[in-house]
Design a binder for this molecule. Structure first.
Ligand code: SF4
Length: 284
């Protein structure tokens, strides 16, 4: 029986991307290959917010008690090992029991499953088939993997996802990859973050789109360069621009300009509904 280390499992409205506004179960797995300490910082500088929080770790007994941050990765506790004890290892049975408790009718109807992180396509790929094959997941129609686009799908998992979509044909099942490729503003290196050949493979399995988090003209220029690389490699999916910022004060400063920049390039704009609706609190 496989287990998955789960940072958060909650029910909310998807605030971003293709499924914006759709009632969704969020399964946040633990672990990431990046740290993204550059978000919300002057270029070249790194956020230290989570270090201050980690220094006080004994004060926090559950994930939801942790402070929100205005710079760096806003889901830091889903991968930083200093917070690992707040994320339990759960069996498929425990995960599906919890899902049945939090969705409105005790069974899947129009709700969509978001598997997020951290980076959800790290080693957990091997555990998802058992979870998705569980009897309590049989009514599920749509899944989105929110990924940073750096992790190759294993051959086994690719085959599994293709099969998952064609079994139970009447459900019109669909798998989506929401690829938030990390630009230099994140603090990550271009050659490690922009991997078109990895993302093009996602399109062989389901729908994939790119979602760039931007705040400045430089970020938008970086997004243009990245899109060119993805298109050259054959990527066909949509492109979204989304404003940076996990807290409203940062977010409202740049949203309109980001929308205008997206329009100018014929790209899509993604809001972050969880910020104005829920102040980006944990579990939203
Ligand atoms: S890739 Fe995503 S989860 Fe990982 S550190 Fe960056 S923002 Fe956080």
């Amino acid at each position: 029986m496989s287990k998955i280390k789960i940072a958060e499992l909650f029910y909310s409205i998807q605030g971003e991307g293709r499924y914006m506004g759709v009632p969704s179960v969020f399964l946040r797995t633990f672990g990431c290959n990046f740290t993204c300490d550059g978000f919300g910082m002057p270029r070249g500088e790194q956020s230290k917010e989570r270090d201050f929080i980690a220094a006080d770790i004994k004060k926090f007994f559950k994930y939801q008690d942790l402070p929100l941050v205005s710079s760096g990765c806003d889901s830091y506790a889903s991968w930083d090992p200093r917070f690992k004890d707040l994320s339990p290892m759960l069996t498929s049975e425990a995960i599906t029991d919890r899902i049945m408790e939090i969705i409105p009718h005790g069974k899947w109807q129009d709700e969509h499953l978001v598997i997020t992180g951290g980076e959800p396509l790290l080693g957990w790929q091997r555990a998802y088939p058992e979870l998705l094959d569980h009897a309590k997941m049989s009514g599920l129609k749509e899944i989105t993997f929110e990924t940073n686009g750096t992790q190759k799908l294993t051959e086994e998992f690719k085959e599994y996802l293709v099969k998952w979509q064609i079994t139970n044909h009447q459900l019109n099942r669909e798998v989506t990859f929401s690829v938030s490729a990390k630009l230099p503003a994140s603090g990550e290196k271009w050659e490690e973050a922009i991997l078109p050949e990895v993302v093009c493979e996602y399109e062989q399995v389901g729908t994939a789109y790119l979602k760039f988090v931007v705040a400045t003209e430089q970020d938008i220029a970086d997004a243009e360069r990245a899109v060119e690389e993805f298109r050259t490699a054959g990527f066909e999916g949509h492109v979204y621009l989304m404003p940076v910022g996990g807290v409203e004060s940062v977010y409202t400063l740049n949203a309109k300009n980001v929308a205008l920049a997206a329009m100018k390039r014929g790209w899509r704009y993604s809001d972050r509904l969880q910020v104005p609706l829920f102040k980006n609190e944990w579990g939203t």
